[in-house]
Design a protein around this ligand. Structure first.
Ligand code: AMP
Length: 530
């Protein structure tokens, strides 16, 4: 097999490859490096961990010239990836003294100006911040020879297409382009068609154990509605095999019981069960007799189950790595998986930390329209009636006959259905949560995220003013305020969340003359600049 010494690479680059301990090229490198050195555009299907960064980094480093200005640009979806890619290329280019700079949102732009002043040969960046630099004239792409779109599918999923297009329009036509993506879906191929020149396609089979989570989303729900929302997600998604995570053993037990009562075959799995009980649960699960496992983190740790299609975080994990361990259980062996989280309003900050930790934004999903919800509820009611009618009905059969013969037949039937429906998850979820969240105080407070930040003209004083004028809240009931660039967080009593959202939708930006009540600020009010 081809090794690094047969690829026509510069001695200084070979020395660094050697120093980094790369003995043989990985499959993506074997395929990509010779094509890239021959000057071809390359579209590669490869995931992180396959050595893809070096597969474009090595040929680019082999060609760039020290001191000749910006020659290569790598676009990445997240700052974490940008930093990682920058470090990998910089370390390979160390002996050649190639200057590689990462530019991404969230880092001081001044610092980046200084970095750009040192004329890096290679820049790695996220599309938004790059565009920002282009607009400010701090980066010029005129001398660019190599362009890389890394994790293209991620960038498209994150809505970066318009930004990417703007960056690409500024790149010289005569250049070599590389595109890497975990999946070569149609949108990615389209991008390649528009911006690449007869690209060679290179594919690497994902390793057996590669995690390929295609979708991670969350629902924002009040804690009282979690069971109901879970049932609706199960109706909607119809997961073949799902793992539902609860925070406590008791919670897992209760949730499994309620799901069974609602007609969703589920088993609990937690540390208080004997080995025999656990084996039985696993056997039923493997045989497909139950499709839902409700587990605690500890119980799920040692599980070896293939083909889980959905991981549902009924309760969010308490630590950030916990999230990765949980969702890593879906989408195994290259299959797609879905991870759904139920997020209570006061957990928004935890959710943002998780997103930051995994370097990926989760999609917020709304519950289906009330029409769909009604359709699903109807199905559930009919299913329950059908199940109950399989058992002997005795005196109720007689009573039904009497009602059918009476004039009130339809009204009575409607009343009975209403009672049955009202006995559905909502009530039980209350019960469940009363027991599970014993420590929740009556006056529970939530950190609400509002889509209004400094860019929308928001500041702490205006936020207090908006809430005092637009809701039933008094200034003293408003807690911590944090204003960020495009959003803000405010701490309010849990039962006022809807009002707060409603007021935020009506916010029209700064008014010329602030209202008279503006001076009052809530307790603990402060602004954190990000
Ligand atoms: P990547 O897929 O680019 O995220 O790379 C995954 C890891 O593999 C990184 O830590 C690289 O430094 C490392 N790596 C890249 N190429 C090789 C190679 N040929 N041999 C050993 N490790 C490598």
């Amino acid at each position: 097999m081809l090794d690094f010494y047969q690829m026509g690479l510069k001695t200084d680059l070979l020395k660094m490859i050697d120093e980094k301990g790369y003995e043989t090229p990985t499959p993506i490198q074997v395929q990509t490096i010779p094509l890239a050195i021959a000057g071809r555009d390359v579209m590669g299907q490869a995931q992180t961990g396959t050595g893809k960064t070096a597969s474009f980094g090595i040929p680019i480093l082999n060609k760039v010239q020290k001191g000749q200005g910006l020659q290569a640009l790598v676009l990445c979806p997240t700052r974490e990836l940008a930093v990682q890619v920058c470090e990998e290329i910089a370390s390979l280019g160390k002996i050649m003294r190639i200057n590689v700079l990462a530019v991404y949102g969230g880092q001081s732009i001044e610092l980046q100006f200084r970095g750009l002043h040192r004329h890096p040969e290679i820049v790695v960046g996220t599309p938004g911040r790059l565009l920002d630099h282009m607009r400010r004239g701090s980066i010029n792409l005129a001398s660019l020879k190599y362009l890389v779109l890394d994790e293209a599918d991620e960038m498209l999923d994150m809505g970066f297409l318009p930004d990417i297009e703007k960056v690409l329009e500024e790149c010289p036509r005569e250049r070599q382009t590389f595109l890497f993506s975990a999946t070569l879906v149609e949108e990615v191929r389209n991008l390649a068609r528009r911006f690449m020149l007869e690209p060679a396609v290179v594919m690497i089979e994902p390793e057996e154990k590669t995690i390929a989570i295609l979708e991670q989303c969350y629902y924002l729900v009040d804690y009282r509605q979690k069971v109901q929302v879970l049932c609706r997600i199960l109706d909607l998604e119809q997961p073949q095999v799902s793992l539902v995570f609860c925070r406590t053993k008791k919670g897992a037990d209760q949730l499994a019981r309620i799901l069974n009562r609602q007609g969703y075959p589920a088993d609990a799995l937690h540390g208080d069960m004997s080995q025999k009980e656990r084996d039985n649960v696993m056997l039923r699960f493997r045989q497909g007799r139950t499709k839902i496992l409700v587990a605690t983190d500890v119980a799920a740790r040692g599980l070896d189950i293939e083909h889980i299609t959905h991981v549902i975080n009924f309760d969010l994990p308490e630590d950030l790595d916990g999230y990765i361990h949980r969702v890593g259980r879906t989408g195994r062996a290259g299959r797609s998986g879905i991870a759904v989280s139920l997020v209570e309003p006061h957990q928004i900050k935890l959710l943002r930390s998780i997103e930051h930790h995994i370097g990926k934004k989760m999609r917020r999903t709304e519950l289906p329209s009330s029409e769909t919800a009604w359709h699903n509820q109807k199905e559930r009611l009919l299913k329950r009636l059908n199940q109950a009618s399989q058992n002997p009905l005795g005196i109720y059969d007689q009573l039904a006959q009497e009602i059918i013969n009476s004039e009130e037949a339809q009204r009575f039937m409607a009343a009975a259905l209403k009672m049955l429906a009202e006995d559905e998850p909502e009530l039980e979820s209350m019960e469940l949560h009363m027991e599970m969240e014993e420590d929740i105080p009556d006056n529970m407070r939530a950190h609400v995220e509002l889509p209004l930040g400094r860019s929308q003209g928001m500041n702490p004083r205006r936020l207090v003013e908006m809430l005092v004028n637009g809701t039933t809240l008094k200034a003293g009931q408003i807690g911590d305020i944090e204003i960020q660039r495009n959003c803000s967080y405010v701490e309010v009593p849990m039962d006022r969340i809807d009002e707060v959202y409603a007021a935020s939708y009506k916010f029209k930006g700064p008014r010329k003359k602030p209202a008279a009540r503006s001076g009052h600020q809530g307790k603990g009010t402060q602004e954190h600049l990000n």
